[in-house]
Design a protein around this ligand. Structure first.
Ligand code: ADP
Ligand code: AMP
Length: 216
């Protein structure tokens, strides 16, 4: 099972991917998480990526492709959810070519549909655990009191300027990826503006229809 979880920054991709990992045992491949890990370790790649990320700009494709390829290969090119990749039509073409070579086509692209207004409300109150990368929301999913508050931080790109810029990048460059997958018959749009459990139920229904049934 190979799934792309698509949507604007803050749509809930990471939150839902975490649930899918628990429910279906899939591997979560988030290019954002992989890049943040490279930045934290000060690798040469992380140093190249850092300034793009802080400003909310897209990191050059060749950097992200290397990370995505390594993670998919480590998963045996199966049973994974891609989150935050692909983010341009060019990246989607690269992914197609890579998966074709592996004879491992995508099963479904699930797009979380959320308005810009909701995105701003979610991202401005998102907080992240510095070590685990687990995300919280100050209102909807606050970090438990048992966690040392100094470990709960705001991502630099979750500040107002960067949020605005990331939304612009999404509309200018990423949204078109939906059309690319719609033409392939792989796109499933899910309304992401509801409680986490409700959205999760919608995603599971899509997976049942799109992935499980065609295989039986
Ligand atoms: P993405 O991975 O798409 O950037 P996240 O999963 O990190 O988005 O979610 C962004 C923020 O919104 C987080 O603070 C998360 O706790 C919160 N969130 C996610 N899904 C929902 C939801 N359905 N309702 C309310 N808040 C949500
Ligand atoms: P995310 O955690 O998915 O919100 O990603 C955080 C940041 O990492 C983005 O704003 C980009 O700077 C970078 N990034 C993540 N995935 C990609 C990608 N597929 N292409 C380019 N940049 C990416």
């Amino acid at each position: 099972m190979r799934i792309v979880l698509f949507g604007p920054p803050g749509a809930g991709k990471g939150t839902q991917a975490r649930r899918l990992v628990e429910e279906l045992g899939l591997r979560h491949i988030s290019t954002g998480d992989l890049l943040r890990a490279a930045v934290a370790k000060h690798t040469p790649l992380g140093r190249q990526a850092e300034s793009y990320m802080k400003a909310g700009r897209l990191v050059p494709g060749r950097i992200v492709e290397g990370l995505a390829e390594e993670a998919m290969a480590a998963a045996g090119c199966d049973r994974f959810i891609l989150d935050g990749y692909p983010r341009t039509v060019q990246q989607a073409r690269w992914l197609d070519a890579f998966l074709r070579r592996q004879q491992a086509p995508l099963d479904a692209v699930i797009s979380l549909d959320v308005t810009d207004e909701v995105i701003v409300a979610r991202l401005s109150k998102r907080r992240t655990h510095r070590i685990t990368g687990r995300t919280y929301h100050l209102d909807y999913d606050p970090p438990p009191r048992s966690i040392d508050p100094t470990l709960i931080v705001q991502r630099p790109d979750d500040r107002p300027d960067a949020i605005r810029h990331r939304l612009e990048v999404y509309h200018a460059r990423t949204k078109a990826v939906e059309g690319y997958y719609r033409r392939q018959g792989l796109l499933h749009v899910v309304d992401g503006d509801a409680a986490v459990d409700v959205v999760f139920g919608r995603i599971l229904k899509v997976i049942e229809r799109a992935v499980v049934q065609p295989m039986t």
